[in-house]
Design a protein around this ligand. Structure first.
Ligand SMILES: *Cc1c(COP(=O)(O)O)cnc(C)c1O
Length: 360
């Protein structure tokens, strides 16, 4: 049977050629007679895999030399604590922007460690827009400002990078990293759980300006300390070796696609097609202000929620999988990350057209 189009928000689809390569290398990586899973993380073979992955990510995203790239564990959610523990310092206060469920979770966790000021929130509008930066109430003395460029559940995405002056800017890019060109120098810390655009879940990639290393609180768990992680090349303990390897294959795949500029073009087309169709149809709707619609996660509702089950059953019969919306939002959500081919979006639209016609 052929592969389905998997619209899951995470863990999400991986490029088919990456999975095939992993399969081909499963039992014997490059003549070593070992699977990557069975290798010492300190041996030459794995160290070469790890270093190539880091270099490929640096090339793809143009990561400047004064930034460390860390391959950590515990997913993006562990960073909700790791960031304040490492960055609050003596200031002990930070600004957060609340644009949805993931921001809210990051804020709740950070509050366990310091004074958290919600500098702006679009909660009152039901998270259908990003608050204008003119209206943010930022603390110029904040240790950092944290925001979520793409809210994976709500489908809300910033179309600008906030300007925070001298206050370090921290971004949870889990669901949008590598979807288009990225100017790393505008950020001080970027983190991304791998399972959307990078690789298997559990791994979290952190890109951090070296000036921010060494500020962790005394009681910070060693495993969560950015300085320790950087000084040990992300191998203070046994890293998530297989996930790191797969991330490396994805980075090579992205380079072969033409890098982030090429991905940005495909991703623009994919998102535009789907939103244009939704806006033209009478059956489907998306609530987000057009300017802030996510390129990666497209939630939509059906005019009659009683049709949801039939819609999902019909989709599954066509092997269009995991279109059910997040339990907190309802409706549908199509996640169209890098690994979703344009043909998958076309197949989804074709199905949506047919489903609508049959009910008109
Ligand atoms: C998926 C996601 C998370 C949580 O990632 P885990 O790896 O499950 O901890 C956090 N933030 C954003 C924006 C996400 O999309």
């Amino acid at each position: 049977m052929s592969r389905a189009y998997n619209f899951c928000a995470g863990p999400a689809a991986l490029p088919e050629s990456v999975l095939r390569q992993a399969r081909d290398e499963m039992l014997d990586w490059h003549g070593t007679g070992m699977s990557v899973m069975e290798m010492s993380h300190r041996g030459d073979a794995f160290v070469s895999i790890a270093e190539a992955a880091e270099q490929d990510l640096r090339d793809l995203a143009g990561v400047p030399d004064d930034y460390a790239v860390l391959f950590m564990q515990g997913g993006a959610s562990s960073q909700f604590a790791t960031v304040p523990l490492n960055l609050l310092g003596e200031k002990n206060s930070a600004d957060y922007v609340n644009t949805g469920i993931w921001s809210t979770k990051a804020i709740a966790e950070a509050r366990r460690y310091g004074d958290i000021n919600v500098a702006a929130s679009s909660e009152a509008s039901g998270f259908i827009e990003v608050p204008d930066q003119d209206q943010w109430h930022c603390n110029p003395e904040a240790a950092y400002l944290h925001y979520t460029p793409n809210e994976t559940i709500g489908g809300l995405e910033f179309d600008f990078v906030p300007d925070t002056g001298n206050v370090p800017l921290v971004a949870d890019m889990s669901s949008t990293i590598l979807s288009r060109p990225l100017d790393v120098s505008r950020f001080d810390l970027i983190y991304a759980g791998a399972q959307k655009n990078i690789g298997p879940s559990g791994l979290v990639v952190v890109i951090v300006h070296k000036d921010l290393l060494g500020r962790a609180r005394k009681e910070t768990p060693t495993m969560m300390n950015y300085r320790v992680t950087a000084d040990n090349a992300s191998m203070y303990n046994t890293p998530a070796t297989y996930s790191w390897y797969l991330a490396g294959l994805v980075f090579k795949w992205l380079k072969a696609q033409g890098g982030l500029t090429a991905m940005g073009e495909v991703n623009t087309r994919k998102a535009r097609k789907l939103y244009d169709f939704i806006d033209r149809s009478d059956l489907y709707a998306n609530p987000i202000r057009p300017r802030f619609r996510s390129w990666m996660n497209v939630p939509f509702t059906l005019a009659d929620a009683a049709l949801n089950t039939a819609f999902l059953e019909g989709a599954e019969a066509r092997r269009l999988l995991n279109l059910k919306g997040h339990r907190s939002v309802g409706g549908m959500r199509a996640s169209i990350y890098n690994a979703m081919p344009e043909a998958g979006v076309d197949a989804l639209i074709e199905y949506m057209v047919t489903f609508e016609k049959e009910r008109a």
